[in-house]
Design a protein around this ligand. Sequence first.
Ligand code: GLC
Length: 634
Amino acid sequence: MIKKFRIGKPFDTKAVTAEIQEEKISAFPLELSQEERCVVAFELRGEDMIFGLGETVRGINKRGWIYESWCSDETEHTEDKRSLYGAHNFIVVSSKDKKFGLFVDFPGKVEWDLGYSNPDKAKITIDGNNVDFYYIEGETERDIVKQFRQIIGKSYIPPFWAFGYQQSCWGYSKQSDFISVRDNHRANNLPLDCIYMDIDYMDKFKDFTVNEELFPDFKSFVSDMKAHDIHLLPIIDAGVKKEQGYSVYDEGHKKGYFCKNPDGTDFECGVWPGIVGLPDFLNKDAREWFGSQYKTLIDMGVDGFWNDMNEPALFYSTKGLDKAWEKLDKLSGREIGIWDYFGMRDTFARLQNSMDDYSSFYHNVDGELVCHKDVHNLYGAFMTNAAGEYFEREYGREKLLIFSRASYIGAHRTSGIWFGDNYSWWEHILLNLKMLPSVNMCGFLYCGADLGGFNNNVTGDLLLRWLALGVFTPLMRNHRALGTRAQEAYQFDNTQDFADVLAVRYRLIPYIYNTFRRCADENDMMFRPLAFDYPEDKLALEVEDQLMLGEECMIAPVYEQNKSGRVVYLPEPMTFVKLSGENITSTKLSEGIHYVEVKLNEVPLFIKQNKKIPLAMPALNTAGLDMENLDYIS
Ligand code: GLC
């Protein structure tokens, strides 16, 4: 049962697609104060748990920390942070006697104090007083999620090949880099479906351009890679380089499609290309215009994209930089104290993603000027919708792959997401796992983290363990930052171990793909906390490092250094399966706590009683997968 409550005149976020009758606000079932900022509060009792909030730090059970919905270009996903790239305002509160879901449909900042200031109280502060609340009651957490997913519309389904293994690296720049990645995978019997093109493929980081020196005949290159069953996936950044003579900039500027300063001039800031204009994705015409720009690359044979820097990430604004120089000028030549020095250092550090800047530029929404700060969380989502809607209209459903870094609920209908710039840290394998059910709750099914870690230097064992989790995530991409240690599967002496793990992905694609489709169809979650499936089981309620997958199984990856296995909790008897290349070993395990050994080249999986999983024969790409002749394990 869903109830909608409206306060004031909320901005149309396009998150909810269903028509729902409004209830009287006096019937709102939680504590509510409607001052300048709306505040919702409710008691938290002993065993109450809170799930949701999509892409955030910390546990599957979110209780005990303070989070902020504020799409952030946050490079360090550590526990002290409050926000990451997505703003996913949906929670499910689970008490013994009552379970409810709450969606706060609001495009600005929302603070979720879930027992941080007061352990017995949840307090949600909305940075404004025009907001829609959706309050959902249901028998189970999963049922509440399904009801919510029903009102926000069906999840995006990518093309089939997007379920293959994908390799990425910020730093592949010339044609020969891509060919060598392709050939090295093939030579080492490592499957691969897709190679990513990071910003270096562009001409001076200009969206929708290709560096002609590096790619003299891009169209033939794309088609040659496709003939080898490799899809190329270029990145598109939100900011459009300010350069006279660059048609995208010229047109955007002329038509007034960039975000504006109060005086009507374009707001300008610095990102990878230097000074950029930020397309006004909240302006319908600008959105359509930007969406249609992807055609340039699609016409060259490209069939997928990843949208980046769309929180939007600002390294600095020209206004901010001017002020910073002024400050510096005042200190220049003087003998400065240590506080002056720290102040000077911070002046520059604080230029990045500054609230002053977010509060200073405007969108044109149907002729009305709207301050960016008030709709910040929609920017990346609307950028990706611009692309996704254009793709669907022009090319049909399931034809192009698209996923985004920033998101808001609603973007799940047109795209997937990835979890941004993580680190090659063991704890980020676990964080990757914890985010999966929370983002599924918000409709994002096509998702995954940078396997192996983006920042920092990887080690072979970490990558293998991470891939053994990635085998199950719909987006399975190995990506790293410029200047970090190479982490393609063939870079390590024990390449066969990598081939063994990657082969398992292809063996499991029939299962993963069908489970994905079913979940998209039925508004279900692919990954669930154990608490959702075993609500009466005290131990299961607290498990934070295992997940239920589909109706059939449970996953429990090894995520610690120098471990030859792990402790796992089975809420019911299951078959413990280890998959490695074509090899399968299976052991029946009783309900309870077990220690299971898992070698680096093995993928552990736990199958429930009376359930079976289809397995294809390994293949080197999705085009070569035989989806008909399947074996089953149970
Ligand atoms: C951002 C992205 C990362 C990409 C880099 C360069 O940090 O999150 O994936 O490699 O920009 O484009």
